[in-house]
Design a protein around this ligand. Structure first.
Ligand SMILES: [Zn+2]
Ligand SMILES: [Zn+2]
Length: 360
């Protein structure tokens, strides 16, 4: 009897154990089914999420660009905001020099020099002033040119990933203007404008005439600067010379004039020379870097790089100035002229100049 009870209990325990094991197995299998059902759903949403930022062109440069984006943003915005201040500074400094020349230098020239020399100074000074003012105004107010937004048949070499439009040859994106610029040279904070196809000549002429004006002012006022400097130094002697307020103001103004014009002449002289070399080579500032890299790359392959926009040094200058006949050197270079540049800035065919300069 005792053995039968024990075997019954043993049987119930055994059945219970089997049931428990089976129920556990069922539960695990349900979990497995759930996981199997959830897995494709999870994969689907992961794919949707990745598709939002996936880019097949993503490389280390893109990642670096993304990391430095806040710094670029800050620099671009500062350049944009300070652009207006820089233009005001150029206008204020130039005006101050012109006022000092009229108030202090010109009366001294008229008193001291012969009538012919006075006339020469007056004609040259005013011509230079007109050329500086004209080219600065045109450089700041002329659009450098942008690729057409609507047309899709533009002959392009690549796409702008910011504007999402085709980019013609020599066109580059300016992050300050946030637009693509035709034949972009650089973004100039002193103009608060980009230098491109349609205002390149105005920018370069402004640099040349501003530099000439500064050289002219610093050379012609050098004797006056020495006198004014000695006069200011002499005020520290005892007894101090009895200068009037107007004389003291005149001395300080002439020293300011000479220091400003001579330092601008040196700085702008270097910049103008650099741009002159680039123009002679048929390159923009942006292309200078690209062409140098390309030259090195081709040199390693034993090939020589040829700039397709270099049509000869003199021809390159003629293309920039828009000189098509000899009289244009006077009417288009030495006098203010609003003629448009050669070409539309989109296609780059051969210039309308003959290679033989004697034939023109
Ligand atoms: Zn662009
Ligand atoms: Zn720009």
């Amino acid at each position: 009897m005792g053995g039968a009870t024990r075997s019954w209990r043993w049987l119930v325990a055994r059945v219970m154990r089997v049931l428990l094991h089976w129920s556990r197995l069922c539960c695990w299998s349900r979990r497995g089914q759930l996981a199997r059902k959830l897995r494709p759903l999870w994969r689907y949403w992961l794919l949707v999420l990745k598709s939002l930022y996936y880019n097949s062109l993503c490389d280390s440069d893109t990642v670096l660009d993304a990391v430095f984006e806040p710094i670029y943003w800050l620099v671009d915005n500062l350049t944009r905001w300070f652009g207006v201040a820089f233009v005001c500074l150029v206008v204020a400094l130039t005006s101050s020099v012109v006022i000092i020349v009229y108030m202090c230098v010109l009366p001294l020239i008229v008193e001291t020099y012969s009538p012919l020399r006075v006339l020469t100074h007056i004609i040259y000074g005013h011509w230079n002033l007109v050329m500086v003012t004209f080219h600065y105004y045109k450089a700041t107010h002329t659009s450098p040119g942008n690729p057409p937004q609507e047309r899709r048949d533009v002959p392009s070499v690549t796409m702008c990933k910011k504007c999402i439009i085709p980019k013609p040859a020599r066109t580059h994106h300016c992050s300050v203007c946030n637009r693509c610029i035709l034949k972009m040279d650089h973004h100039c904070p002193w103009l608060n404008n980009c230098v491109g196809h349609f205002n390149h000549r105005y920018f370069f002429c402004f640099c040349v005439y501003m530099m000439l004006g500064c050289v002219y002012c610093s050379i012609s006022s050098f004797d006056m600067f020495v006198d004014a400097y000695n006069a200011i130094e002499s005020t520290y002697q005892t007894p101090a010379p009895d200068y009037t307020f107007t004389e003291r103001l005149s001395h300080k103004s002439i020293v300011y004039l000479w220091v400003l014009t001579s330092s601008v002449a040196v700085a702008l002289g270097g910049l103008t020379l650099w741009h002159f070399i680039l123009i002679m080579r048929g390159e923009t500032s942006v292309e200078r870097h690209i062409n140098r890299k390309e030259s090195k790359r081709l040199a390693q392959l034993g090939k020589v790089f040829r700039n397709p926009y270099h049509f000869g040094r003199v021809n390159n200058l003629k293309i920039l100035f828009g000189v098509e006949k000899r009289s244009h050197w006077v009417t288009r270079v030495l006098l203010p002229s609003s003629h448009p540049p050669h070409g539309d800035g989109i296609t780059w065919d051969a210039p309308p100049h003959r290679t033989d300069p004697m034939a023109i």
